[in-house]
Design a protein around this ligand. Structure first.
Ligand code: UDP
Ligand code: MG
Length: 324
């Protein structure tokens, strides 16, 4: 391990988590103390809880913890519920300047906290991003497992890069966080953006457990929203599909053209059928083509307004001379 012990910040988004908070807080605090004692992380390391507009006692509990353990626990309270991904970003922005590395983890501790020391070891070997990858999803319901699989498969088909079986449990170096925060888009899908940053990346495998207490804060509605956001904030392939459909319709129209004319000249049709058949297929095809073309431009606008960084510089040689 060539890199010195980092100041580690653990960022935990919390939405109505009063049932699990006490257990989570104790486990994470003990973990940070233990890692600091072992010299794995700096004694200045801490845990930052982001209250995502909870309506229960979560924020009071965070405040109490921050008072009781001022060196170890910090809190960020958001004005209203902005969702898991934005809460994570709020946490990252809050800790960015006061840490060397960040681990993000859910408040319900479904992800094994014992993977954190292993992530830190990877960081100290020189990795900038360490993904927590779950070994099994036994503890999740059948529905959750399969809907997640279908979602990742769809994402993959649509050309969105993401790490299999990885949720938002990961370690990022400060540098990686700085690069991530350059992605200014409002609808951010972290699991898709992080792999795009590049830099040295690796994985740590762990077992996913059942939620310790309380219920999932991701009802079906939020899960669907998340899936739609993930796809539409990354891919303009759905628009291309409309265009492709237009091409298919126009081709079908050509076949129908030949077919209806044959029937017409054979005298097997009734009045009006030929022209109706032709116009339905041809007009629909042309409409879809038009939509597809407009969609291409809208897609370009969509990619532009994100103002994503064009590249990430990983290292420089020979540029160390003082500036003129
Ligand atoms: N969460 C949040 N805002 C929300 C929904 C969830 O900050 O609007 C947090 C929640 O407190 C938890 C994490 O996101 O720390 C993941 O939520 P949950 O465990 O309910 O999701 P699941 O594991 O069921 O996918
Ligand atoms: Mg959970």
């Amino acid at each position: 391990m060539s890199i010195p012990a980092p100041v580690l910040a653990i960022v935990v988004p919390c939405y109505n988590e009063q049932e699990v908070f006490a257990a989570t807080e104790r486990q994470l605090r003990e973990l940070v103390v233990r890692m600091a004692e072992e010299g794995l992380v700096s004694p200045l390391s801490y845990v930052a809880y982001v209250d995502d507009g909870s309506r229960d006692r979560t924020w009071e509990l965070i405040e109490e913890a921050a008072l009781a353990h001022p060196d170890l626990d910090r809190g960020v309270k958001l004005g209203h519920n902005v969702g898991h991904q934005n809460a994570l970003l709020a946490g990252l922005e809050a800790v960015e300047r006061s840490c060397d590395a960040v681990v993000t983890i859910d408040a319900d501790l479904q992800d094994d906290v014992n993977a954190i020391p292993r992530m830190v070891e990877k960081y100290r070997e020189g990795f900038e991003i360490v993904y927590g990858v779950r070994d099994s999803r036994e503890a999740d319901t059948w529905f959750k497992r399969n809907s997640a699989r279908a979602f990742y498969l769809t994402m993959y088909r649509l050309g969105v890069e993401s790490v299999d079986n990885h949720a938002d449990f990961r370690l990022m170096s400060r540098r990686a966080v700085v690069e991530l925060l350059k992605y200014k888009e409002r609808n951010i899908f972290l699991r898709g953006v992080v792999p795009r940053i590049g830099l040295r990346q690796t994985q740590v495998v762990y077992d996913r457990r059942a939620r310790e207490a309380g219920e999932s804060k991701y009802p079906l509605r939020k899960m669907l929203n998340f899936a739609v956001d993930g796809i539409t904030s990354f891919s303009i392939k759905p628009v291309r599909m409309v265009f492709a459909l237009g091409v298919v319709f126009v081709v079908i129209a050509l076949f129908i053209f030949v077919y209806t004319l044959c029937r017409y000249f054979a005298g097997e049709t009734i009045e009006g059928w030929t022209s109706l058949m032709l116009s339905i297929w041809f007009c629909t095809g042309v409409l879809l083509l038009g939509l597809g073309i407009i969609g291409e431009y809208v897609g370009k606008i969509f990619l532009e307004v994100k103002e994503r960084p064009r590249y990430v510089v990983e290292s420089l040689r020979g540029f160390d001379a003082p500036e003129l």
